[in-house]
Design a protein around this ligand. Structure first.
Ligand SMILES: NC(=O)C1=CN([C@@H]2O[C@H](COP(=O)(O)OP(=O)(O)OC[C@H]3O[C@@H](n4cnc5c(N)ncnc54)[C@H](O)[C@@H]3O)[C@@H](O)[C@H]2O)[C@@H](O)CC1
Ligand SMILES: [K+]
Length: 505
């Protein structure tokens, strides 16, 4: 799914109005009908009262139509026009006469008491907001927020006060329980700084012209089943284990062998034909016992350090279809040197995570040595160590996009919607996953999955998008059965099979 800017959303509306054709007031009617329908479906036939706050623009116009639609169906509705600016937009003004009970708020003192717990519909500002809300209009937002534990707050299109394409984390903004947005996600909804403000986001279709959606160019995308379907490749009936590559997983150190187990298991479960785990000698029995399907390379040191010292092994490096490195390897100097030797020896895309990234953060010159099209999977702290701190999450996204482009790497920044920046400047957000996955080892599992997919011949971009999707989906399926709290990284590996079955459907 494409993610459009506020300007592109306006163009989408205008294109639909011109080419369907449909009047703008009718498009508003459609948008508001979808909202009212969603509310009736969600809150039922005997809901508490609706308290609807309308601004002066078209977002307020949506609110007016929602009020009329709900009242026509016999629900208890009170609606207010909040006079934050002089003139109402044309479609807002056109709808006012059709809701005669409309009340008016000209100053904060007129904000109503709402005794009975109900549903607050926030239709103050949408995509037309072009500066922070100030003065008494900001007071209205604060009043709504003060009451959000008593009432259910539903924002229309956007939580009022939020900017669609830039940071508004410092600005007054409605904290919604639900946000009913039209046709496309807004970029702002996908960044953690707004997570508390949007609540659950529902995308309602309002009939934007498909020709516009097909041709509009955007750098931001949300991965969805349709995208994943084009990536996933069923296995060939005549294949053998050599078809799916030999993956090398460099992971673990004394006290951190669990990371090696998780990554190696996930790599196998993701479908690699053969997997060799490269681990310190102290983990040999553990790994061979816990993951009998994997082969084992060991070295005497308690950390990864000597692997490519011997010319024989150095020559072997390019034979691996994919290499994943990082989980639990530590950041010893010897390990950093070994990583450097690996980067010089192996010139195909690989997966770097965890301590491999921390080492690169410590020795930034290594960044230039990472093979083109490799995949880096930092969590926010690792990202900061690699590329520096930023003021807000929009700046961080901009930095992520720039670095992926400059370094010709794929960079997955972990989070609720992990952001995956590609060397061509595109950014994909992954929607699967849940807070239960914020647990030790979940990242090691992702490294294993990505390496396993690369090993099978998926392109780095395909491996990244499909890997993030499967990882999150496996976590979701596990949480459905086990709860988010009890979810552990091993469960994610365990549910990978179910995630594949869902993806294949
Ligand atoms: N035909 C269309 O274009 C459609 C628009 N729709 C709705 O229209 C919304 C966009 O409407 P508008 O472009 O009229 O804008 P909004 O309704 O988002 O509000 C902007 C209004 O507030 C003013 N304003 C902006 N920043 C302000 C601030 N900080 N303090 C006080 N006033 C401020 C603007 O001058 C404008 O009058 C969408 O979010 C959506 O809800 C939907 O009805 C779908 C169809
Ligand atoms: K709103």
């Amino acid at each position: 799914m494409k993610i459009l800017s506020a300007q592109q959303v306006r163009e989408a509306d205008a294109y639909t109005i011109q080419h369907e054709p449909v009047s703008s007031v009718l498009l508003m009617e459609r948008a508001a009908s979808e909202c009212a329908g969603w509310m009736v479906h969600t809150f039922g036939e005997t809901p508490p009262p609706y308290y609807i706050f309308c601004g002066m623009g078209n977002n307020g116009g949506d609110g007016l139509v929602i009020a009329r639609k709900l009242q026509e169906q016999g629900f208890a509705v009170q609606a207010w026009l909040v006079h934050t600016s002089g003139n109402a937009s044309a479609d807002n003004a056109a709808n006012q006469p059709y809701y005669p009970e409309l009340r008016h708020i000209h100053e904060l003192a007129e904000f109503p008491e709402m005794e009975e717990p109900g549903i607050i519909v926030d239709a103050l500002f949408g995509t037309g907001l072009n500066r922070p809300v100030e003065g008494w209009a900001a007071g209205v937002i604060h009043k709504i927020n003060d009451q959000r534990h008593k009432h259910t707050v539903v924002s229309v299109d956007m939580p009022s006060g939020m900017m669609a394409d830039s940071s508004s984390v410092q600005f007054p903004c409605v904290h919604a329980r639900y946000t009913l947005t039209f046709e496309f996600y807004k970029l702002a909804f996908l960044l953690p700084e707004n997570g508390e403000r949007t609540g659950q986001v529902e995308v309602l279709k309002i009939g934007i012209h498909p020709a516009f959606t097909a041709q509009v160019q955007t750098e931001y995308h949300l991965t969805d089943p349709a995208v994943i379907h084009t990536i996933y490749r069923p296995r060939n009936a005549f294949s053998h284990k050599g078809t799916y590559g030999h993956a090398l997983m460099i992971a673990g150190s004394y006290g951190k062998m669990g990371a090696a187990l998780l990554a190696t298991r996930a790599c196998l479960k993701a479908g690699a034909g053969l997997v060799t785990a490269h681990i310190p000698r102290c983990g040999y029995e553990i790994l061979q016992t816990a993951v009998p399907e994997a082969m084992c390379n060991t070295e005497e040191s308690a950390h990864y350090s000597s692997h490519f010292d011997e010319p024989f092994r150095l020559h072997q490096a390019p034979d691996y279809a994919a290499i994943g490195i990082g989980p639990g390897i530590g950041t010893e100097n010897a390990t950093a040197k070994a990583l450097e030797r690996l980067l010089l020896a192996y010139r195909k895309p690989m997966v770097l995570d965890a301590d491999a990234l921390n080492i690169v953060g410590k020795y930034p010159a290594l960044l230039a040595e990472i093979p083109e099209d490799s995949i880096l999977t930092p969590h926010p702290k690792e990202f900061e160590r690699l590329f520096g701190a930023t003021g807000d999450h929009f700046e961080r996204l901009e930095l992520l996009t720039r670095k992926a482009r400059e370094l010709k790497l794929y960079v997955l920044l972990k989070g609720k919607y992990s952001a995956m920046a590609c060397p061509d400047g595109a950014v994909y957000f992954n929607p699967t996953g849940n807070p239960g996955m914020a647990t030790a080892g979940a990242g090691d599992v992702l490294t294993g999955i990505l390496t396993g997919l690369l090993s099978q011949g998926y392109t780095p971009k395909a491996a990244l998008l499909l890997g993030a999707w499967l990882h999150g989906l496996a976590g979701d399926l596990a949480a459905d059965d086990l709860s988010e709290e009890a979810l552990t990284a091993e469960d994610i590996v365990h549910y990978l099979g179910q995630a594949y079955l869902r993806t294949r459907q």
